[in-house]
Write a protein that binds this ligand. Structure first.
Ligand SMILES: Nc1ncnc2c1ncn2[C@@H]1O[C@H](COP(=O)(O)OP(=O)(O)OP(=O)(O)O)[C@@H](O)[C@H]1O
Ligand SMILES: [Mg+2]
Length: 452
């Protein structure tokens, strides 16, 4: 077992080697040194240092040759390469061959000291933290929702019940909390899991193509409709159609979606044939739809149709007891994706994670862990790396709201005027300065019917 305070210096420049030896001994390290590659190798075997300071240009064998031999026999050894060759290739090669760090000559002794201190910190942390992830444990390829709080367990129960029917589901929760994952697991657990799962991103449904995107169109329905096209609803077959960010759905489409939900029938734009769809509707939002409805920006009646079953995903900050499980789960995935071997977590790292506010929820956790795992440079997820990752992991601010189309503004304004005039057609038409037939036509266009 390597001595934790032992440092080996392999450097052929006598004056540099001697001054380093002196400096490090004064700092309390046990220091040995060698002035050639062969001597360095022999000394390494005998001395078993935790840190090796290695020059690249040596009189006999190159440091770049020595490096993989050391790294393969003692993966925990921290080799710090010091060299005046600081071209890109050498640096990349040294890191690839398993160097812990690369310090350019000339350097100041305290800078090297800091690198050494961090290397030794990693070595010590590796010893004092047992692995929490078995190396042989292959990550589960299936989609999984990690969580063990009462709220999460009740979500699992709901998903189980949903597997027996095709009820419409509304999933609410903050950004990154797992809404889409839950939608997919609902689909995967259903009897029609082999049918398609089709996503409709409601933030992109703008302009006059939006209706055709959803319901499809017939050739010649509008300029540019050169052939018949299936809409998302048709593509979903008997599967699931996932309306992501349903709060952003333009009012016009809200009306059309509502009509579809009422009778499960639709026609392609420009078509006459009525089609039926039994696809399950799952909608997700991070907005407060009730509030949007009060502001006239989301149809109350559509909201009622959607929330047959509601799943409210708790934000991560309200279920920090799930953190250890989530961390293990993601580290396994990250190790596999990036070829890392992070299998331990420094105690203070977990405390930092638990103290964080998680505005970006599980997505933020995964991103922060990826960065921290890369920066930890060893088998232990370091508290310092976690702190640095968290400092930059805050999610991008929500995209600025899309500009409403004139048609949406008209729809909203007519709805507003109707409400103001108690749905009295004459009074509303007068207030809007249009004739009653025009108002009736526009109301039909927007499927505005008095709500019960
Ligand atoms: N409980 C969980 N267990 C495992 N992975 C999760 C969990 N929750 C979320 N994730 C993962 O976190 C990431 C973000 O989740 P997802 O995309 O489902 O969030 P969202 O709620 O749809 O976010 P947004 O509102 O920003 O669209 C995904 O990689 C997802 O797989
Ligand atoms: Mg999402």
């Amino acid at each position: 077992m390597p001595g934790l305070k032992r440092i080996l210096i392999v450097e052929d420049d006598d004056s540099l080697r001697e001054s380093l030896e002196m400096f490090l001994s004064e700092r309390g390290y046990e220091v040995a040194s060698a002035n050639s590659g062969e001597r360095g190798l022999a000394m390494w075997k005998r001395f078993q240092p935790a840190v090796i300071i290695l020059d690249i240009k040596l009189p006999d064998i190159s440091g770049l040759e020595l490096l993989p031999r050391i790294a393969s026999q003692d993966p925990e050894a921290k080799v710090i390469v010091i060299t005046a060759f600081h071209d890109m290739e050498t640096t990349i090669e040294a890191m690839r061959l398993g160097a812990y760090d690369f310090v350019q000559k000339p350097f100041k002794a305290p800078d090297l000291d800091r690198v050494i201190a961090k290397a030794l910190h990693i070595a010590a942390a590796t010893r004092s933290h047992p692995p929490v992830i078995g190396r042989e444990q292959a990550p589960d390829a299936r989609r999984r929702i990690i969580g063990d709080t009462p709220e999460m367990n009740s979500i699992f129960k709901t998903i189980g019940l949903l597997s027996r029917n095709r009820a419409t589901v509304l999933i609410t929760g903050e950004t990154g909390s797992g809404k889409e994952l839950i939608a997919r697991v609902i689909h995967d657990s259903s009897q029609d899991k082999l049918q398609p799962f089709v996503t409709v991103d409601c933030t992109t449904l703008v302009g006059n193509l939006m209706e055709s995107e959803l319901f499809g169109h017939e050739r010649g329905a509008f300029t540019g409709a050169v052939e018949n096209k299936k809409g998302r609803l048709e593509m979903a077959g008997q599967g699931t159609i996932f309306f992501d960010e349903i709060g952003e759905l333009p009012l016009l489409l809200q009306a059309k979606l509502l009509r579809f939900l009422e009778n499960r029938e639709f026609t392609r734009v420009g078509g006459t044939q009525v089609q039926r769809s039994q696809a399950r509707i799952v909608a997700a939002t991070n907005r407060n739809l009730k509030e949007l409805a009060q502001q006239g920006r989301f149809r109350q009646d559509l909201l009622f149709r959607l929330k047959v079953v509601t799943i409210a995903v708790p934000p991560l900050r309200q279920r920090t007891s799930d953190l250890p499980k989530l961390v293990k789960y993601f580290l396994q995935k990250i190790n596999q994706e990036l070829g890392l071997g992070v299998d331990r977590v420094e105690r203070q790292a977990m405390e930092r994670l638990a103290a964080h506010d998680w505005p970006g929820n599980v997505r933020e956790l995964r991103n922060a862990l990826t960065k921290a795992a890369m920066d930890s440079r060893g088998p232990v997820l370091l508290a310092e790396a976690v702190a640095e990752a968290l400092a930059v992991s805050a999610p991008e601010p929500a995209a600025s709201p899309r500009l409403s189309t004139l048609e949406e503004v008209e729809h909203q304004h007519i709805l507003y005027a109707l409400n103001e005039n108690d749905w009295n057609i004459s009074a509303t038409a007068r207030a809007l300065g249009i004739s009653r037939p025009t108002l009736r036509k526009r109301m039909a266009h927007f499927s505005l019917l008095r709500q019960a």
